[in-house]
Design a protein around this ligand. Structure first.
Ligand code: ADP
Ligand code: ZN
Length: 720
């Protein structure tokens, strides 16, 4: 007899194709199977859905999932059906006959999961609740549970009425899930859903593979071009505040030769869908979007997220940047920050007729501003916001990787403070900087032009002045008022500086480690990019035929595993994460054929033996002793052995060894000359340029002929 949790594991493997649970999935599932309520906090992409989907399959009756995201319901249901789970949704986008069919399927007990919007659940006269009462319900799952809290960023009043569930169905377990919840929101979830005895499962919100950088919003377009130019092959999202800026930025980037499309709610649905699909399938590398884009996007290889404008709060920033790096690989978040944006957003933050709500929104906005200006570890700040402690600085944000030089800034400080003093403490930063620099602009009042301080700072560039002011504010020598038009005022500490009684230390950036842009990002990874691309085409064909998004067929993570471990036989494919029973039956043969063909053409064999039983793909492949298999070849090569010798000793094909060594060209540990005779380099380059459109190596090899090996070709590609 299997225990409950063993049964759950069987379902995880057979229905969903995964080897082991992630984070708190297992204890949360165990709690539900025990009929205990639970509240699950997990970051985006963490795997919240399985927490209720697996119990749903184990309970006799129906699981009702309450979700506010009507637009996503179809995809969620499609994804379940693709794994052979009977699921349906009810919402306003459906025709009457469609809805009738759903009701019928609920009554007949055919459905395991039913997705509904909260307003639907609580429809007039509790009709729907009555209907539910008449069926065999086993579980309620409340998705996006932070919507219940006015402290959250996405308050939905209809969520308040969900308390009725626990009252009307006291014996049916409830699971509430969210990706964003600070302490106050958490408290609201428990109280307002009446989940007094619920168990709380919190996973860490840290996303260590995302690096955070903030740049001042000056010439942000120029900065962006520079950033993108170093990341040509990477996929990313660029967020803008307005639809207009989305359209114009996308067009500008296309003019610059980037593969970029736009996405916002003002586009026709067809266009929007087309752009989204192009992005999901990597046909387009960059999507320029308003925040309308991204909800429920399951694209694992997003390498960067750029914010051209300020998000309205930390939750949004965290969620939007969190769309990068779901595959666990290094990714970047870049924000262009200005206080002008804070001021602008304040206009939108007011919630009409709701003073308290407006206040909360403004506070959140101010914190976002603080994040922009932060001089300390950004990850610490973010995690702290979500009530998590990080014991050390992260070493992976701009502040951690920047070195400042401290210098005696007393004179500069005196100039700045006296500018504030002499203009009467009634002006904002920009005005003060212009004043100090002796700007001729009309905006400078005539009477100010006669003050001695006017123009005394002309020798210092504008952006440095801004930095110095912020530093002075940060150190408390000046203060900035709150409100829509913040002005700079003096503080208690100011007088000592003005009176020459205290020294001021300021700082200047001296070194900022350039983030190494990984040009051919994927060559250094263990998976084979061109096979991955071929598999993606197979996936696209299925997705089109079934009219579902590609990730419903297989996620990128699954294809990456296939392109890493090269399964050749049925049982090997079954070991790939994400290949459940139904998907295996439906798609297995086609994917296997593609992998086999590729392997034969390139002289490769299955590497399934290297797949560790752990579900998370390790970044580098390791041998049985945990040693990086690539590195072993490198070490032997460094010991003076040649490729055939290494191959013989390790019991692998010479092509495999060549492959190993080629990876180290990108890291600079092996030079091209060591692997390819000089006279061969040029012809290979030419052939690559000519034939590499599809990403497949075989046309190149065919063109070059017998004298050239795959390893040599790969090495040259890596060097390019
Ligand atoms: P969330 O709702 O928390 O944002 P999802 O439930 O959509 O996340 O899951 C994110 C992705 O991770 C999905 O592709 C899902 O299939 C996958 N996933 C979930 N649990 C596991 C697991 N235990 N092992 C491997 N992949 C998983
Ligand atoms: Zn840091």
């Amino acid at each position: 007899m299997l225990t409950d949790i063993e049964k759950a594991r069987e379902i995880l493997k057979h229905q969903f194709g995964y080897d082991s649970f992630r984070m708190n999935q297992e204890p949360a599932i165990a709690a539900l199977l025990d009929r205990r309520d639970c509240v699950v906090l997990m970051p985006t992409g963490g795997g919240k859905s399985l927490c209720y989907q697996i119990p749903a399959l184990m309970f006799d009756g129906l699981t009702v999932v309450i979700s506010p995201l009507i637009a996503l319901m179809k995809d969620q249901v499609d994804a379940l059906k693709a794994n052979g789970v009977e699921a349906a949704f009810l919402n306003s986008t459906q025709s009457a006959p469609e809805q009738v069919q759903v009701f019928r399927d609920v009554r007949s007990g055919k459905l395991k999961l039913l997705y509904v919007a909260p307003e639907r659940l609580l429809q007039s006269g509790d009709q729907f609740l009555d209907f539910i009462r008449g069926t065999n319900v086993s579980l309620f799952a409340i998705d996006e549970a932070h919507c219940i809290s006015s402290w959250g960023h996405d308050f939905r009043p209809e969520y308040l009425r969900l308390a009725i569930l626990k009252k009307e169905f006291p014996h049916i377990p409830v699971i509430a899930l969210t990706a964003t919840a600070d302490k106050l929101v958490r408290k609201d979830i428990f109280e307002r859903l009446a989940l007094d005895n619920a168990e709380l499962f919190i996973s860490s919100f840290n996303r260590p593979n995302i690096s955070y950088t903030v740049e001042p919003k000056r010439n942000s377009y120029g900065q962006l071009l520079h950033f993108l130019a170093e990341r040509k092959d990477q996929s990313g999202i660029i967020y803008c505040l307005s639809r207009n800026s989305v359209d114009s930025l996308a067009a500008d980037l296309r003019d610059e030769g980037f593969s970029a499309l736009s996405y916002h709610a003002g586009l026709e649905k067809q266009t929007r869908d087309r752009h989204q699909t192009a992005f999901l399938t990597d046909e387009t590398k960059i999507i320029v979007a308003t925040i309308a884009f991204g909800m429920g996007i399951d694209k694992s290889n997003v390498r960067f997220v750029v914010h051209m404008d300020l998000p309205k709060n930390i939750e949004s920033y965290y969620q939007e940047t969190g769309r990068a790096g779901r595959d666990g690989l290094e990714s970047e978040a870049l924000l262009f920050f200005s206080w002008a944006d804070v001021t602008k957003l304040k206009g939108f933050a007011e919630v009409e007729g709701d003073l308290r709500q407006s206040e909360i929104m403004l506070k959140k906005l101010d914190l976002m501003g603080k994040f922009g200006e932060l001089r300390t570890c950004r990850r610490r700040f973010l995690l702290n916001y979500f009530s998590e402690e990080l014991t050390d600085d992260c070493g992976n944000c701009d502040n951690c990787t920047t070195t400042f030089e401290k210098f005696d800034g007393t004179i500069i400080a005196q100039k700045a403070l006296s500018a504030v003093y002499r203009t009467g403490q009634r002006f904002g930063l920009s005005y003060l900087v212009d004043f100090l620099r002796g700007s001729q602009a009309q905006t400078i009042r005539d009477e100010h032009k006669n003050i001695k301080t006017y123009g005394v700072g002309a020798d210092i560039p504008k952006h440095n002045w801004f930095d110095y002011f912020k530093d002075l504010i940060g150190q408390g020598y000046l203060a900035q008022t709150e409100g829509t038009y913040p002005v700079v005022v003096l503080t208690e500490k100011s007088m000592d500086v003005l009176g020459g009684r205290s020294q001021v230390e300021l700082r200047k950036v001296i070194v900022r480690e350039e983030k190494k842009a990984k040009l051919v990002a994927d060559v250094s990874l263990p998976y084979i990019q061109d096979l991955f691309d071929e598999l993606r085409q197979v996936r696209t064909a299925f997705a089109r035929a079934e009219n579902v998004p590609p990730y419903v067929v297989f996620s990128d993570a699954t294809l990456v595993e296939m392109a890493t471990y090269l399964p050749q036989a049925d049982w090997e494919l079954r070991k790939i994460s994400g290949v459940g029973d139904l998907k295996f039956d439906k798609y297995g043969a086609d994917f296997l054929r593609t992998i086999r063909d590729y392997s034969v053409k390139n002289g490769l064999e299955s590497r399934i033996g290297l797949k560790s039983p752990k579900r998370e793909r390790s970044r580098t492949k390791r041998d049985a002793n945990g040693k990086d298999t690539y590195r072993i070849s490198l070490e032997m090569f460094r010991d003076g052995k040649n490729i055939p010798q290494i191959a013989a000793e390790r019991g692998v094909q010479p092509s495999t060894v060549e492959n190993h060594l080629a990876r180290f060209i990108t890291t600079g540990e092996v030079t091209l000359e060591e692997l390819v005779p000089p006279h061969k380099v040029y012809p290979i380059r030419q052939a690559v340029i000519k034939f590499n459109e599809t990403g497949a190596l075989s046309p190149i090899k065919e063109f070059l002929g017998e004298d050239y090996t795959y390893g040599e070709i790969r090495a040259v590609i890596a060097s390019m």
